[in-house]
Design a protein around this ligand. Structure first.
Ligand SMILES: [Cu+2]
Length: 324
């Protein structure tokens, strides 16, 4: 590097330093490294702000084990297929201590989703919180493999919920299953659930699900988690956990008890998603699962099935403690 250029770069660096130090962006004309505007606490520069706040532009939840100072800390090393064993974990806060105070969302301090990384074996459960900040629940998974845990919670004092994710293995002979093909209907225990809308990439998508039993529309759904349904949506490929919220709540004077349940889901990209709807009828909570594709059908990854495809998909299992 020749001397004049070196000096020139040195001058530019100095200009940047001065620009930052004195907030004088015009001190040396265009100062490429200097951003005199105050930085957002999130660390995003002002330039990134408009897109970062647009729906779907944020990093989806559930992809990180730590975010915004909070960390999901499993205290159990493995899951088991043999019998229910305690699964224990804590949420460590920015102060390094286990979080013990939460703001309930959908009636619960924390929602725990457990699903195998091939999107089979879904469970949505509610662990118990100990005084020491340790969450615990007896858990058994249906088959061996690598599982993803999602903790969906809102620490007290924080203005929005957070979803952290961590992997835990269940030892054994792992037989991965292909993603079920996209479908408009899902059957569970004599119920048929129909998905009436399409996922739209990059926006908040309205999703209308209709519940029928033996072909008759169900109009007496029971409230479950402060809604007539609870929907979890995971992106195929990386298991991004979509933010989904119900439209209306039981008793608000405008939300019927079925047959339709309406949600809004923030769909970050084109591609395939697996939707899991929990709904309660006649005192039992059931889960209907769908594969849906946002954007063109070609957006869904379509891996070629193995020649000797392993057999039957164990249906999504659903474990619930009582009391709902
Ligand atoms: Cu829950």
């Amino acid at each position: 590097m020749n001397t004049p250029l070196k000096l020139g770069l040195f001058g530019l660096s100095l200009a940047a330093v001065f620009a930052v130090a004195f907030g004088a962006g015009n001190l040396a004309g265009p100062a490429p490294a200097a951003d005199t505007r105050p930085h957002e606490p999130s660390g995003h520069g002002a330039h990134a702000e408009p897109t970062a706040s647009a729906p779907g532009a944020q990093v989806p939840g559930g992809l990180q084990v730590a975010q915004d100072g909070y960390r999901l800390h499993p205290l159990t090393a493995t899951l088991t297929t043999q019998a229910a064993q305690p699964l224990r974990f804590k949420i460590v806060g920015p102060d390094g201590a286990a979080v013990t105070d939460y703001t309930p969302t959908h009636d619960k301090d924390l929602h725990l989703i457990v699903v195998r990384r091939d999107l089979s074996g879904f469970q949505h459960v509610h662990p118990a919180l100990g005084a020491d900040g340790v969450w615990s629940i007896p858990l058994q998974v249906p088959a061996a493999g690598q599982y993803r845990l999602f903790a969906d919670f809102q620490p007290a004092g924080r203005d929005k919920p957070l979803t952290l994710g961590a992997d835990l293995p269940a030892a054994g002979n792992y037989q991965p299953l292909p993603l079920p093909v996209p479908a408009r209907t899902a059957a569970v225990d004599g119920y048929t659930v129909t998905l009436d809308d399409d996922l739209v990439p990059g926006t908040s998508s309205k999703l209308t699900l209709s519940v029928a039993k033996d072909g008759v529309p169900v109009t007496d759904l029971q409230p479950y988690l402060a809604a007539y349904g609870h929907l979890v949506a995971l992106r195929d490929g990386d298991l991004a956990y979509l933010h989904v919220h119900p439209d209306g709540s039981p008793g608000d004077g405008r939300t019927p008890a079925g047959p339709q349940i309406v949600f809004y889901a923030e769909v970050p990209s084109a591609g395939a998603y697996r939707l899991f709807l929990d709904f309660q009828h006649n005192g039992v909570v059931r889960t209907a699962a769908f594969t849906a594709v946002a954007g063109p059908a070609s957006a869904a990854s379509a891996p070629t099935p193995a020649p000797s495809a392993p057999a039957p998909t164990p249906s999504a299992t659903h474990a619930h403690e009582g009391g709902h």
